[in-house]
Design a protein around this ligand. Structure first.
Ligand code: B1M
Length: 212
């Protein structure tokens, strides 16, 4: 098995120590950082994402795979920066105001990072104004809002309105999701994209950036 395939396999198993060792070995063997990232780490994360979508693996598997991914990317980061490898796009993500649930939001972030996006995580209890301010500060193409409570879902509409008020509505894609959120709710508040799970959110974000 090639070293890149091995990195992908260990990542899927969440074996951070092995991933780190093999990434270092690959660097020492002269394999370029972009190849290690794409054909090793991102390949593994993408397989985990697909399996998660089909309920073949569960939340803990994704969390440990993401930890293994982070262990590998830490070593690659300086090399990628030197080589000028740019993120495919930028997103700000947060759980909306009044809502403290963050497990799903964290999964969305990890999946998006696994697809090569730079994701600025605003945490939980994020006001509409904060989403907009940070999207502007970071020049993000995407705003991702998560909500787990029926009582906090309406805050997503405030994000859409705040983007309009700030004059950035035409330049950002607003994505919404979380257990109580639906496609028809997304349409009713005039957000752009609803996805039911983290892997679909990552796919949709990449697609939105490509078609922008
Ligand atoms: Co809360 N809670 N909780 N809770 N909690 C729920 C959501 C609830 C359904 C439980 C229940 O009553 N059966 C209920 C909501 C009812 C409703 O509004 N319909 C509820 C309640 C009522 C509350 C409190 C009000 C309880 C109380 O204090 N009386 C309180 C609210 C606090 C607050 O937020 N202000 C509360 C508190 C908590 C804890 C702090 C104890 C804890 C959160 C810990 C944390 O997140 N760090 C907690 C938990 C753990 C849950 C349950 C058990 C699990 C949620 C979870 O993490 N699921 C939940 C019941 C349940 O779902 N079984 C419940 C796993 C996670 C992976 O799924 O977040 O849905 P989820 O993410 C999915 C998708 O939704 C999607 O991707 C993920 C998977 O791929 N997704 C997105 C998420 N965000 C996305 C964004 C996108 C796209 C997809 O953007 C494009």
């Amino acid at each position: 098995m090639s070293i890149l395939k091995e990195i992908s396999e260990f990542l899927q198993q969440g074996r951070a120590k092995n991933v780190k060792e093999l990434v270092q070995q690959a660097i020492d063997e002269g394999i370029d950082a972009k190849t290690i990232l794409q054909e090793g780490l991102l390949d593994g994360m993408s397989i985990i994402g697909e399996k998660f979508k089909k309920n073949e693996v569960y939340v803990p598997n994704v969390l440990i795979a993401a930890r293994a991914m982070n262990a590998g990317t830490e070593l690659l980061k300086p090399l990628l920066q030197e080589a000028g490898v740019k993120a495919v796009g930028k997103a700000v993500i947060g759980t909306v105001k009044g809502d403290l649930h963050d497990i799903g939001k964290n999964l969305v972030r990890m999946m998006m990072e696994g697809k090569g996006l730079e994701v600025i995580d605003l945490g939980v209890d994020v006001s509409a104004e904060k989403f907009i301010e940070e999207a502007k500060n970071h020049d993000a193409q995407i705003i991702v809002c998560s909500a787990l409570l029926t009582t906090t879902m309406p805050e997503m509409e405030n994000v859409v309105k705040a983007a309009e008020a700030a004059g950035i509505r035409d330049t950002v894609t607003i994505m919404v999701g979380g257990a109580p959120v639906t496609e028809s709710f997304c349409n009713s508040i005039k957000a752009d994209i609803y996805t039911p799970d983290a892997a679909s959110a990552a796919d949709a974000a990449v697609k939105a950036i490509k078609t922008a």
